[in-house]
Ligand binder design. Structure first.
Ligand SMILES: O=C(O)CCC(=O)C(=O)O
Length: 253
């Protein structure tokens, strides 16, 4: 079995796949420097931790820690370095297989950001599927998550539930904000299957838009930075007039 076939098999089974060492240490350093130059002062458009009202987030932008950035938005349009990652030949080759199409578009409306998690003022992201607020003809989208430093449980790295991208859920398994309810027996067996996704700088995680995932706070003393994009097949259109269709998607392959 070729490396790409085994990546596809693993992704189809688990709903995620990690490509180790996709970006060189020098490439990671350039991205980290670029991101740092956009963090203080935080270069708009920015989502602050206080904006999401997740557990642990500062209560408002004027509260202590209220100016802590969570996501640098519209990453693709910010710099050619981010664009190079967004259309990296190896990523495109893998996405074509994972999505099952030769024509791939990058969404400007979903992810398309630098996720940061700062020591001291980060929040908890509860269990969810990204597709919950997204509106496309089909639910088959893939996101890429490039780690620019180590990611693990201690610094708020992602946890995933392998195989959850193939499950059918009852509406009652989710709360009003469409997070998986942790107080239901039916969800307990599912949550027991959660695993951390351990990443090193330069590793890229590919994950399905239906894969259940969550993340804790950054308990380390170093900022965690990740570049995150979402892709769809060219023929999987956003539903007009939804938030998935606000900005035109970018053909990248
Ligand atoms: O890093 C985190 O807190 C998780 C982010 C996440 O799951 C998301 O943006 O969909």
């Amino acid at each position: 079995m070729s490396a790409i076939e085994s990546a596809v098999e693993s992704f189809n089974r688990d709903g995620y796949y990690v490509e180790k060492g996709l970006i060189s240490p020098e490439g990671v350093d350039s991205l980290v420097s670029l991101i740092n130059s956009s963090l203080s002062p935080a270069l708009a458009p920015v989502e602050f931790e206080a904006d999401v009202h997740y557990p642990g987030a500062p209560t408002s932008r004027t509260a202590p820690g209220g100016q802590t950035p969570r996501r640098l938005l519209h990453a693709y349009g910010r710099d050619s370095l981010f664009q190079q990652i967004g259309r990296h030949p190896k990523v495109m080759a893998l996405l074509k297989e994972l999505i099952g199409s030769d024509s791939i578009c990058l969404s400007q409306n979903h992810h398309n950001c630098v996720m940061t998690k700062h020591p001291g003022f980060s929040s908890v992201t509860s269990w969810h599927q990204d597709i919950r607020y997204w509106r496309f003809d089909r639910r088959e989208l893939v996101s890429t998550w490039l780690a620019l430093g180590p990611e693990n449980r201690q610094n708020g790295g992602l946890l995933v539930i392998p195989g959850s991208h193939t499950l059918d859920f009852e509406p009652g398994q989710f709360d009003a904000s469409l997070f998986l309810r942790t107080d239901l027996e039916i969800n307990e067996a599912l949550l027991a299957r959660a695993v951390p996704v351990e990443l090193a700088a330069g590793d890229m995680l590919f994950f399905h838009s239906r894969t259940l995932h969550a993340a804790g706070q950054n308990e380390s003393d170093i900022i965690k930075r990740s570049l995150v994009y979402t892709y769809r097949s060219e023929d999987n259109h956003p539903i007009p007039e939804t938030r998935s269709a606000v900005y035109e998607d970018i053909p990248v392959a």
